[in-house]
Design a protein around this ligand. Structure first.
Ligand SMILES: *Cc1c(COP(=O)(O)O)cnc(C)c1O
Length: 219
């Protein structure tokens, strides 16, 4: 199927309240432009270097989301234009984002990335760490960031019940924090598991290969 068919196929499966983040990592600028031309404005990349290489050559009204692990020393490269950093996995990183946002006289949207997967290869905060950071945030420690919500990735498995269990843990945490201060975004679900994620309460999904095709890492 073509990118256009893929895109429309995904879009028609999404309820109106679910935001699609088109994950364009490893895919070239023309492919991103093609999806943009279909009406997509929100794109996700997981590497700072790659994002910096693409961003100048694409429409400036794209809302870029960083979805991959971010080193504190690289925040400065994206702080001027990034819409949302979905992968905040430490208080130190959040402080740095706050500092760089201030330098640019703006606020940066973030999601706290919570580790819900059983496999331990994935970055992310424990639920308690996320709660502690949210507490600092509510107390005004990070005036130049807006914590919009939470992001999580389920275990890479075909066991639906496992995936569901993990997504529901994140949904519960979201609900809990939401009672302390209103949150907007629960980002969970990728190409293979987004229908389950939506069922479990996701209102933002990150889809790459189901739109752009398989990633070729050999290049
Ligand atoms: C690559 C990536 C995605 C998209 O994965 P697909 O399976 O291609 O849809 C989503 N979220 C994160 C954090 C990613 O790194």
């Amino acid at each position: 199927m073509s990118i256009q068919e893929n895109y429309h196929n995904i879009k028609k499966q999404l309820p109106a309240h679910v935001q699609l983040v088109a994950v364009s990592k490893t895919h070239p600028i023309p492919a991103i432009q093609e999806v943009y031309n279909l009406g997509q404005k929100v794109f996700g990349e997981n590497k700072v270097q790659e994002l910096m290489e693409k961003q100048p050559y694409l429409p400036q009204d794209i809302q870029w989301h960083l979805i991959g692990h971010l080193q504190t020393n690289k925040v400065k490269y994206i702080a001027g234009f990034i819409d949302t950093i979905q992968s905040v996995d430490s208080a130190k990183l959040l402080s740095e984002i706050n500092k760089e946002a201030l330098k640019h006289n703006r606020t940066i949207n973030v999601l706290l990335q919570v580790k819900i997967a059983e496999e331990d290869s994935k970055f992310g905060l424990s639920i308690q760490e996320a709660k502690d950071i949210f507490d600092l945030y509510i107390n005004g420690i990070y005036p130049n960031v807006v914590i919009k919500g939470l992001m999580g990735m389920a275990t890479f498995t075909t066991y639906e019940n496992q995936i569901k269990k993990e997504f529901l843990i994140l949904k519960n945490t979201f609900n809990e924090l939401n009672t302390l201060k209103k949150l907007e975004t629960l980002s969970m679900g990728m190409s293979d598991d987004f229908p389950i994620a939506i069922e479990c309460g996701a209102n933002s999904i990150r889809v790459g290969s189901a739109i752009f095709g398989r990633r070729d890492y050999s290049k």
